[in-house]
Write a protein that binds this ligand. Sequence first.
Ligand code: FCB
Length: 491
Amino acid sequence: MSDSTTDTSASPAATGRRTFPADFLWGTATAAYQIEGAAAEGGRGPSIWDTYSHTPGRTQGGDTGDVACDHYHRWEEDVDHLARLGVRAYRLSISWSRVQPGGRGPLNAEGVAFYRNLLDALRERGIRPFVTLYHWDLPQELEDAGGWGNRETAYAFAQYARHMATELGERVEAWTTLNEPWCSAYLGYGSGVHAPGRTEPETALAAVHHLNLAHGLAVQAIREVLPGAQASITLNLHAVRANDPASPTDADAVRKIEALANRAFLGPILDGAYPADLLLDTAHVSDWPFVLEGDLEQIRQPLDVLGVNYYSTVTVRHFDGSGERAENDGHGASSHSPWIGVTDVEFVQQAGPYTAMGWNIEPSGLTDLLLDLHRAYPGLPLAVTENGAAFDDELVVEDGARRVHDERRVAYLHDHVEALGVARDAGADVRGYFAWSLMDNFEWGYGYSKRFGILHVDYPTGERTWKDSAYWYAHLTASGELPPVTAVDPR
Ligand code: FCB
């Protein structure tokens, strides 16, 4: 990422509005399984999300990513939308099973060509591709061999990363190894609300480690092929708050959740060690035998940028075992907790307002997270790689034009970009912001019921319609100034 630290981001322009430097990276984000569709086309192999979504009872309404937004066929139109939005960057993910159907062995030339064409088209429009190698869609064959519980998956991932670096090379602006390994490990193997839907506490911890190892090995593989490559990982770090800031037991609850949610990844990746308290807290579940000698050196690789996904806060308190344990962590209902080994913490209901996900809207959590990272890792550039909100949008036709007046989403984006600006004012080196998402898409276990897009997608026809939030975002990208929430006129 280009160096924007010398710019004064917050100096008011003539308008009095918050401004961002000209090289600040405005972008949008998507993920392969959520938008591509064409699940059985072009030589693509099955992934764990195909299997999971086709298993009755797993996703809302039985929705699958078979067709999704049909981006596989409509990608040229989607690149046009990106260009019209004026974004300087686009975060996409590669479907591993589209380019390497079995997760090992031969590449699928047709799948590789799809991404090569997409990247070329983005480049032609001046849009920098930020490519995530793994946004949760493990090739099913690798899951059949043990998935992220199996160390071999980390080696397979590094090999896949090497292939992609070789095949796609300089087209890629920055390489993100994993998206939110927290979800892959704890929701995939702990609570089971994500694919592959397993509920095995020790396997979830093994998955944490194997994902971390996969990251480190992949960064090395990419840099071997492309010595100048920019490498990153995207984490869904939790902004954890104490229910009673004065309570020592609530403070300990915060510590435990931060260990599992944040330091289980930041520790090995940036500091080269698992936090001692995490190992202690989970000792009754596992003594972490899967961490082998030398692994931590492999995992800790210099990063060019750390990606942070942020949606809301969590508030925790000590649970004394009486009554029902509150589980408002925003991660979906399951009889198995994703919080491995921790039974004396509960997640309390937080104050609203809420999005359609039931997530509380609290922009200050983003400022806090970015500043905490800045203080802990001063030299590390940051980017907000996802931020956005689902609401129950309504499509209306006005004077023959299709419109979606999503003022709550506009306000959400406005307030979070402002919160990012506040963190920059205080010194955090945040270089980009990617709105989640370019368009409505398959929201995992919630299927198509939750709309996060700044473009509306009519699923029966695939038609895209700009919501007011898209018009607002285009004003932002064009001026680099935070527009008022009323700036939603088509431009
Ligand atoms: C994040 C995921 C992304 C999307 C948003 C709403 O956890 O990375 O794919 O589902 O949440």
